[in-house]
Design a protein around this ligand. Sequence first.
Ligand code: HEC
Length: 187
Amino acid sequence: MKRSLILIAALAAPQAVFAWPWSTDMMNQPSIKPQEPVGDTAQMYPLPTLSVPVQGIPTPVANREEAKTIANPIAVSDASLKQGRNLFRIYCAACHGLTGKAESPIASKIGAIDLTDSYVQKELTEGWIFGTITFGSYVMPAYGSPAGNAEGRGSNDLTVEERWHVVNYVRNGLLKETNVKTAAANQ
Ligand code: HEC
């Protein structure tokens, strides 16, 4: 009985170790940690003005309207489509479906649209799709700007290049892939 009490005390001891003055951890410094929220809010610290993303170039426009006319700087290639496809499946498929046809279980509940119809494939400019990914839309989240859209919703998950790869895939890979699959299913 006594022995087990000692054992319990020994197991509990490491907890106390953290309280000793020499048990500091290099990780705990006054610096701001990645994605650390401000106080009790869920908001991340805003990036300081003029800070440049570590990977690549800063977003060239300030809102979706301005993005409408910008040209896609990344040529469509197998490598770009492959990367766009991977990112699409991670970031977009949950709402728009793996095929883009809004077949995901929540699509109809939140109004996620079919990305393979002519509205997205032909009418929207590539710049507008880039802007939608960057700044979000009404319900859709923002993936490129920490300040996000008017409601302040936004992450910084996709770099400028990554967003263009997704645009390339949405416009040049999604529909082709869906057609191939449908043709195979009809055989
Ligand atoms: C949380 C769900 C959700 C995710 C994730 C999501 N979307 Fe959306 N998206 C929506 C909804 C809902 C709409 C329609 C309502 C709106 O415009 O907000 C939409 C609309 C769009 C539109 C049309 C915009 C317009 O002007 O009509 C495009 C293009 C689009 N999404 C592309 C994407 C891409 C590309 C991704 C991945 C980077 C993505 N979406 C991720 C929910 C989502």
